[in-house]
Design a protein around this ligand. Structure first.
Ligand code: C2E
Ligand code: MG
Ligand code: MG
Length: 617
């Protein structure tokens, strides 16, 4: 199945790409300038050598203004915070005005004042809108002062403007920090902290542009997909799955140069941008390194899990330098790598694109074929070697494609399986075949085929729910179960054995017969035969085709027929093409046969003609 196309990222503002690790901007510069202005103003208006603001909380710094800033203030503002003087201001909700701090009775104040050379003193705590004390604001004189009401009023007003200044700057800094966080989140994956798809695509776009200006530069895009992530998630749980992803991203990152960018596209999919490589083989070497990094097991919770990664590689080419095409190429290559099994990598080849387009077109057409009534059933007679008469017909699906003509099932069944539409098609086949069988019985009575044989897809059998579908069709058409035979291929027993075996038994219980198709052509496992609820075995035409070409093929077929019978199954020979093959099969007591010698698969009226002349072989 073609995977979801890579979509265009949301457009990013030109400034939106923060360089990794950029610090949150501080507004210190602006705040310092503002507070120095305000304290300078206070010192002028109040005619004091210095006024200062001391920030509280984690941000303990002093900003002072005036013609004579004392040394202790400029060099060690910490002393101030530890002093009794700042405690005195903080404890009071009111403005503190001292004629001579050296004579103040509050604990610690007089000593501090003497140490610092402070006499006349005005101080006030600055409380922000949320009720928190953010700073203290002070004016200091070296001589005792009798502060006038006008002076304290001015002091209060200037202190409030200092507070406004601090709050404004802090709010701006907060807003800036939040905005930057949001920008970071929009471009990074939450779990691993790696760049996300939008960020990655943007970087690829930039790389493409750079390569356009400088054609000597070569870079590659790699798509990575863990091979067994779903299984790990299912068996160890999501928390463990997350742990695994984190460790995988750490290991992959460990293989890269600082120039390269690893991103998480989502789920277990990662992407890698390799800048400045010389040739595709460089990318392949990185792929090998990445794969090797996952060879040691990963600890998840109390367990150890093994994982591997499949990779698709696309190297930038001048011929096609659209960023989206490059990503799609890497994706297609990954798809190819996955098809070949686990822990593989594939380098994109333009033919993959042609193939994918062809496949996509086929899939789209196929989805519409049912509603456009483009499917046909042809029927191939099954002959009883005992009587020489047609006893059954096998329904074989054809697709009447408006441009391509009659398409054989081998070209589209597997596509329908992967596209998830096989079940609807099968239902149509089943209904159509049963109806046709009824129609022949109406027209030809006992000369009509006794039963119709219908092929089943391996997928369906392994998915379960098939028996119910069959039973529904039988009931709605009032079709006798014994007149239906279902053919299944032996390959289905390779995967999902349990479900397949159960479905076979369910079908058997319905009263329909089940035959194994193409026996001997796939992964035959004789060990399974005794566990299968089947009635007959169709011997693959590759064996029958050699009949008449010597002793050994003859012995082989004879042995298979004997084996099938010995196990209590009905033997059926497929692909009988010559008179001689027919004779040999008859001699060895094979019961039924099919093949071009009797008839190819033909439309329903072709079968009607054969029935009318009461053909006999
Ligand atoms: P199959 O079930 O083994 O069908 C027999 C195939 O062998 C048919 O090809 C038939 O035309 C061909 N054949 C019959 N006699 C001879 C002969 O004497 N010589 C040679 N060389 N070939 C012969 P066809 O119709 O192309 O079908 C191919 C396969 O497609 C079928 O193999 C079956 O597995 C699958 N198929 C067909 N119809 C359906 C369907 O409705 N559903 C599903 N799931 N699969 C189907
Ligand atoms: Mg068949
Ligand atoms: Mg067959």
């Amino acid at each position: 199945m073609i995977r979801e196309p890579v979509v265009d990222p949301p457009t990013l503002a030109p400034f939106a790409l923060p360089s990794e690790g950029r610090a949150i901007p501080t507004l210190d510069g602006a705040l310092a300038a503002a507070l120095e202005r305000v304290t300078g103003l206070a010192s002028t208006v109040l005619r004091v050598p210095t006024a200062f603001v001391a920030l509280l909380g984690s941000d303990r710094r002093c900003f002072a203004g005036g013609p004579a800033v004392p040394r202790w203030l400029a060099h060690d503002p910490g002393t101030l915070f530890r002093s009794g003087l700042s405690g005195r201001i903080l404890m009071s909700e009111q403005l503190t005005a001292l004629r001579d701090a050296r004579a103040d009775p509050s604990p610690g104040v007089a000593t501090t004042a003497r140490d610092f050379g402070v006499a006349g003193f005005l101080g006030m705590r600055l409380v922000s809108a949320d009720g928190e004390a953010t700073a203290i604001f002070c004016a200091v004189d070296v001589e005792p002062r009798d502060w006038t009401a006008e002076e304290t009023r001015l002091f209060r007003e200037i202190a409030i403007s200092a507070l406004t200044e601090i709050e404004l700057q802090r709010r701006t800094a907060d807003a800036e920090r939040i905005e930057q966080q949001l920008r970071h989140d929009a471009l990074h994956d939450r779990l691993t902290g790696l760049p996300n798809r939008a960020f990655f695509v943007e970087r690829v776009r930039i790389a493409v542009e750079r390569a356009r200006r400088n054609p000597d530069e070569c870079f590659g895009v790699l798509f990575l997909d863990l091979d067994n992530f779903k299984a790990i998630n299912d068996s160890f749980g999501h928390v463990a799955g997350d742990e695994l992803l984190l460790e995988v991203s750490r290991r992959l990152t460990g293989c890269l140069r600082s120039l390269d960018m690893l991103a998480r596209l989502g789920g277990d999919e990662f992407a890698l941008l390799l800048e400045n490589i010389r040739e595709p083989s460089d990318a392949a070497r990185v792929a090998e390194r990445l794969q090797a990094s996952l060879q040691t097991p990963i600890t998840v919770g109390e367990d150890e899990a093994y994982t591997s990664v499949s990779l698709g590689i696309a190297v930038h080419s001048e011929a096609d330098d659209h960023p989206q095409h490059l990503l799609r190429s890497a994706d297609l290559a990954l798809y190819r790598a996955k098809e070949q099994g686990r822990a593989r990598f594939q380098v994109f080849d333009p033919r993959m694109h042609e193939e994918a387009v062809r496949r996509l077109r086929l899939e789209t057409d196929l989805r519409r074929a049912l509603e456009r009534n483009q499917f046909r059933l042809h029927y191939q007679p099954v002959v009883s070697l005992d009587t020489g008469r047609i006893v059954a017909v096998e329904a074989l699906l054809r697709w009447e494609h408006p441009e391509r003509g009659l398409v054989p099932p081998g070209e589209f069944i597997h596509v329908a399986e992967e596209a998830g539409i096989i079940s609807e098609i099968s239902r149509w086949v089943l209904e159509q075949a049963c109806r046709q069988c009824q129609s022949w019985r109406r027209d030809h009575g006992d000369d009509a085929p006794e039963s119709v044989w219908v092929n089943l897809s391996m997928r369906q059998l392994a998915e379960g729910g098939l028996a119910r579908q069959v039973s529904e069709v039988l009931q709605s058409l009032r079709f006798e179960a014994k007149r239906l035979t279902l053919e299944v291929t032996e390959n289905l027993l390779v995967e999902n054995v349990d479900v397949s075996l159960r479905t076979l038994s369910e079908l058997h219980e319905l009263g329909v017969r089940v035959f194994m198709d193409d026996f001997g052509s796939g992964h035959s496992s004789l060990g399974f035969l005794d566990r299968l609820a089947i009635d007959g075995i169709k011997i693959d035409r590759s064996f029958i085709g050699h009949l008449g070409a010597g002793d050994r093929p003859l012995q082989l077929v004879r042995t298979i027929v004997a084996l099938v019978r010995g196990l209590g199954f009905i033997p059926i020979a497929e692909g009988v093409e010559t008179e001689e093959q027919l004779r040999l099969l008859r001699d060895m007591g094979c019961e039924f046969a099919q093949g071009f010698h009797f008839s190819r698969a033909v439309p329903p009226d072709g079968i009607a003609k054969l029935l009318k002349v009461r053909v006999r072989w």
